[in-house]
Design a protein. Sequence first.
Length: 390
Amino acid sequence: MKYNFDQVIDRTNTSALKYDRRQAVFEKSDVIPMWVADMDFETPEVIRNAVIQRANHPIYGYTFRDAGYFEAVMAWMQSHHDWTVRREEIVFTPGVVPAINFAVLAFTKPGDKIIVQPPVYPPISHAVPDQGRELVNNQLVQAENTYLIDFTLLEEQAKDAKMLILCNPHNPVGRCWNREELERIAQICLKHNVLVFSDEIHADLVMPGYRHLVFASLSPEVDNITVTAHAPSKTFNLAGLSTSSVIISNPALRESFAQVINHMHLGMGNLFGSVASTAAYVHGEPWRLQLIDYLDENITLAETYIKANITALHMYRPEGTYMIWLDFRKFGLDDKTLKSKMIHEAGLGFNPGTDFGPGGSGFMRMNIACPRSTVTTALGRLREMLSGIS
């Protein structure tokens, strides 16, 4: 079956954060919204049908995740990531962002140091001070067309840190950390007894030519210090159903993590989230493969257009995720002016780079998980806005 990702779907008045909060976020209700990390593609019909079938039963009472749910998660991890996961290692959480906060509460104490690698998805950094812990920035290093990890700094920071929150694939710079990089992280964390929370929510959105390597799969020793977060929400556009899996093989770590969830009474979950997740993992692969091809073509479109028409703008081509990290610094605009021009002159709603912490000033994040016509229109507006700036 050929899926139609070119279809433009009106999402206004559906309580869609991306669309119906534009006035509050951008002070303008008609910007093209390319900020929130969800997709403007319809969720696969096979998933919608599964939800509809369950919704047709007239009672939505308390439920549990049945064997089919866990089998679907385990089978997906095995077939897509060559990673064997046992049923008892899977802990439900109502999303990866809550899971990050649960992990901070479960594994650290107030005042403990936690390392993040900015510029990075804001809730990763926010989870540290929000829970009374000390944020340690292992800022990524810009190379010509990519980003690298400062391992010398990481080694020093790990000496008195309790946890590293790893983002892989990395949002917003789009890196899929390779085996050598992950093994160096692992070596440092094992040496200094640093626990790793590995946010792998974009693991199934890796572009052709790259692959995702599960951090915990490096070795039994690494697995023993790792908490892995995974979800179908980004891959299949299910973020509104608040369902994710945290996989922990270390029994002591798993017990500590589960206690936090149980004490907050958050383990019941979302009935339709479980149904949709199972359907996605069991039946969603054909759609996912076509999606990746479409996203890759959107990325190539943006890259080609920018190189030909906006030469002072630098784009980091993502290896994974559907986010494009754009460097506007050659235009000499401060962040406030850049944001204002993007909104009021170009009519574009991107994420300001400053939201992502150190290393974000002068940058913006663009979500290209939308019909190609939207990307084309946005690029044209971007060119027109920047054309008068030397």
